[in-house]
Design a protein around this ligand. Structure first.
Ligand SMILES: Nc1ncnc2c1ncn2[C@@H]1O[C@H](COP(=O)(O)OP(=O)(O)OP(=O)(O)O)[C@@H](O)[C@H]1O
Ligand SMILES: O=C(O)[C@H](O)[C@@H](O)[C@H](O)[C@H](O)CO
Length: 175
């Protein structure tokens, strides 16, 4: 999860490889209508995000043979509640940090539909992870390797904790 340019695709791809899981970019699940709105510099409303979040939830719920990592902004608590209604065991990884750092990154990359002008609105909408949400916040200013280490440690820690005692599913994700 995270604002545009926070590193969801980059971190998600590396994390999925580390865990041996599939990777899906939620950007690929947006409707043509939503893509056009964003490309024109119009932030999506809750109602416009809803069908997209459902599609992301369905994809999460389908999973993959060895797990799945999905990149999705999931900016509000209510959006994440919706995703959890599809996939209750989902773990959030949130690369988070100063807007100035992200602004510089988005200024230096090309995106298929997301203009840098939407970044302020993304920070305005963002609600960070709350205490009772299963997830980890990582500092997006860190080198990618460290971000992925922290995220993978968190996910593996949870997987080990949640392994039922005496289970023959002793293998921790990605090992
Ligand atoms: N920790 C990092 N250190 C340096 N550069 C980074 C880091 N994380 C991401 N980047 C760079 O920042 C840019 C944005 O990253 P990325 O595309 O992964 O973000 P995103 O959240 O998926 O964006 P969007 O949601 O807009 O698709 C890319 O050019 C990426 O290489
Ligand atoms: O929730 C939203 O406003 C949007 O869908 C975006 O956040 C994009 O999907 C994405 O992150 C592209 O940069």
């Amino acid at each position: 999860m995270g604002v545009q340019g926070s590193g969801k695709t980059t971190v998600g791809t590396l994390l999925a490889a580390r865990l041996g899981a599939d990777f899906v970019d939620g950007d690929d699940l947006h409707s043509e209508h939503n893509r056009k709105l964003m490309a024109a510099g119009t932030p999506l409303t809750d109602a416009e995000r809803l069908p997209w979040l459902r599609a992301v939830g369905e994809r999460l719920a389908q999973g993959g043979d060895s797990g799945i990592v999905v990149a999705c902004s999931a900016l509000k608590r209510s959006y994440r509640d919706l995703l959890r209604s599809f996939a209750p065991a989902v773990v959030m990884v949130h690369p988070h940090g100063p807007m100035e750092v992200v602004a510089e990154r988005v200024a230096n990359r090309r995106h298929q539909f997301m203009p840098p002008s939407l970044l302020v609105s993304q920070y305005e909408v963002l609600q960070t992870l709350q205490e009772d949400e299963r997830g980890v916040t990582v500092d997006l200013s860190l080198p990618l390797e460290q971000i992925v280490d922290q995220a993978a440690d968190y996910v593996r820690g949870l997987a080990a904790e949640e392994e039922p005692p005496g289970s023959d599913r002793g293998r921790v994700l990605g090992e």
